[in-house]
Design a protein around this ligand. Structure first.
Ligand SMILES: [Fe+2]
Ligand SMILES: [Fe+2]
Length: 220
């Protein structure tokens, strides 16, 4: 059976797991990880592979992996990637997705965390790039927290964030605009350096160069 992103989005367990994941992370004081985040990651992951001329079905698998990548947070923040893979496996089986496709989605979902993940294939690489580049003001839950929490401050300061993919030049560039009245660029690096290095490895897997530009200054 050809399982599409819409089939996943309609599934009641996926819906429940995403809502629970976001509620758990809200309780723990993390930034937004709900439908806005997973919807965006899903479409960016798909677009990265489309722009680089990967097969349409591979891009669809990246969209599916993007949509479900954070559901493991419904169980635990620690190891939420591998947990998400275990949670989504029976759902994909129930929808009769072919086993080799399930395996690819699971490998991507299980490898998206910067502590333990690696761009093990093109779907995983696209997911890493899409997930790690989502830094934006709209992810901040409470304006009061920006004085205390660096993640909230950096996200709140990011007024624009755009991932640009050039097929011809094989360059993937993340362009971020930071309001430096809210946070200095160093703070972005303090929490995002690991993620940016992971993005570089993911881009390399896709035979691209990764570039990071903040406030029109080329930094990586
Ligand atoms: Fe995650
Ligand atoms: Fe995520």
């Amino acid at each position: 059976m050809t399982v599409r992103l819409e089939d996943i989005q309609k599934h009641p367990f996926v819906e429940a797991f995403i809502c629970q994941a976001d509620a758990n992370l809200a309780a723990l004081g993390y930034t937004e990880h709900g439908k806005r985040h997973v919807g965006l990651v899903s479409s960016i992951a798909r677009n990265i592979l489309r722009r680089l001329s990967y097969p349409e079905r591979t891009a669809e698998l990246a969209a599916i992996a993007g949509y479900v990548h954070d559901i493991g947070n419904s169980v635990s923040r620690v190891h939420h990637g591998p947990i998400a893979a275990l949670l989504i496996a029976p759902i994909l089986q129930e929808l009769q997705m072919p086993p080799h496709e399930i395996a690819q989605v699971l490998s991507a979902v299980g490898n998206h965390e910067e502590e333990t993940g690696h761009p093990v294939n093109e779907v995983a690489a696209a997911l890493i790039l899409a997930d790690k580049s989502d830094v934006h003001r709209t992810r901040t839950r409470s304006k009061e927290l920006i004085d205390f929490d660096i993640h909230d401050r950096v996200n709140y300061a990011a007024v624009r964030s755009f991932l640009d993919v050039s097929d011809a030049e094989r360059i993937i560039s993340l362009n971020v605009t930071i309001d430096t009245a809210i946070c200095p660029i160093m703070e972005y690096f303090e929490i995002f350096l690991q993620r940016m290095l992971m993005c570089r490895r993911a881009a390399e897997f896709l035979e691209c160069e990764f570039k990071l530009t903040i406030n029109e200054t080329h930094l990586l």
